[in-house]
Design a binder for this molecule. Sequence first.
Ligand SMILES: Cc1cc2nc3c(=O)[nH]c(=O)nc-3n(C[C@H](O)[C@H](O)[C@H](O)COP(=O)(O)OP(=O)(O)OC[C@H]3O[C@@H](n4cnc5c(N)ncnc54)[C@H](O)[C@@H]3O)c2cc1C
Length: 420
Amino acid sequence: MMGEVDVAIVGAGAAGIGAARRARDYGLSFVLLEAKDRIGGRCHTDTTSLGATWDRGAHWLHSAAVNPLTRVAEALGHPYLKRESFTDRYLHLGTRLATDEEKRDYEKSIDAAFDAVDALGEAGRDVAVVEALDREGRWYRLIEHVHEAISGFPPERISAVDLHRYYDSGENWPLFRGYGALVEAMGAHLPVSLETPVTAIDWSGQGVAVETPKGTLKAKTVIVTTSTNVLARGLIRFAPVLPARLQAALEGVPTGAANKVAIKFSRDVFGLPDTSYGSLMDERDPARHAVSFQIRPFGSELAIAYLGGRFADEMEREGEAAMIDMAKSAIADMFGSSILGSVEKAVATAWGGDPHTLGAYASALPGHAEARPVLWEPIGERIFLAGEAVHASWFSTVQGAFLSGRDAVERAALAIGHRS
Ligand SMILES: Cc1cc2nc3c(=O)[nH]c(=O)nc-3n(C[C@H](O)[C@H](O)[C@H](O)COP(=O)(O)OP(=O)(O)OC[C@H]3O[C@@H](n4cnc5c(N)ncnc54)[C@H](O)[C@@H]3O)c2cc1C
């Protein structure tokens, strides 16, 4: 790798692809360096493991009506399903369905829980979300599960101020061909160097020297899109080291956990409308964690369990077989154990063990809400962080990552005095 480019972009997930597309539009010279043998990062549509299409990572266009990627999906011919929300769900209490009254009571409780968390955040109280929740309440396990799914951490480890800053229009529209497939299409015509992990970034002189096993590249600026956990754990060596203020901020906004277990059936065992959502909370066993499922997304014979936060982390540590057992026993309780006779195959994700992400999405710890804006600050006017964790109000989402990458290019262009 010879010569000096305007921008080196580290990582070809949504942020890196957003950055590269904008750099190309601006006429900046750039390279896009990706450690994996594929682009997309935490957006990864799997068509091989089960012989059916499912997203191992991101799946829903969040805040879909105002999400810029909804328009991109339309332009690239990736259809989506307009849904109001996830709440049109089947709520199972152990082996029975909740009554309408129970469902209404749960919905009232979760709305009240979100209002209470919002009030804490609005008041600027940078404390744990759990302080606003009634742990003894009947629906706490479901409310905990929803928080873990949203933030990747249990309510004890989520900052109320940070969560309050998240913008959610309430529309979550799944993509028929997968979110991973959309992000892949967005990056299809970009020059990208795959299997090129950046090992070090030297910014001691002018510009930066970006080291990879394939050689060292000189650039005027660098945009780093890797997760906060990858950076905090020093998997890319910076010389000089990152400022202490930034290192502390990375540790204050760690990448949390989320995983899925996808179960493929040989036929329709549910008899529900396509793309249904169901949750299980077992009132017979208070120690059992709540879990939710997508059922037959777009008519496929799949049930996909969603695990977030501590539960996702603990289950991942127990291994794929334990995750599959957990998901099978949950879906059997919900729909009857006879459905297990039609299971063809099941697979589970392990985002925490993925060496290039080390987690799912980032959330500020209690007391660390002000760490997130620090991630946005340029280092030495030539190192810019991007990625989901950096976006002020759309963190933990694909569109937030994408926009942060575009924004980083604008700041890099300004820093080098580039005019498009
Ligand atoms: C299970 C799960 C479900 C989710 N569901 C949704 C959802 O429904 N909707 C939604 O909007 N979001 C969802 N998300 C979050 C969303 O996937 C992420 O916010 C987004 O994809 C992050 O994009 P990014 O570009 O910031 O990071 P990444 O996608 O992680 O991209 C960073 C890239 O950098 C690469 N890399 C790492 N280290 C190096 C290195 N040293 N050198 C070069 N390259 C390197 C990585 O391989 C990766 O490709 C979900 C995530 C998970 C895990």
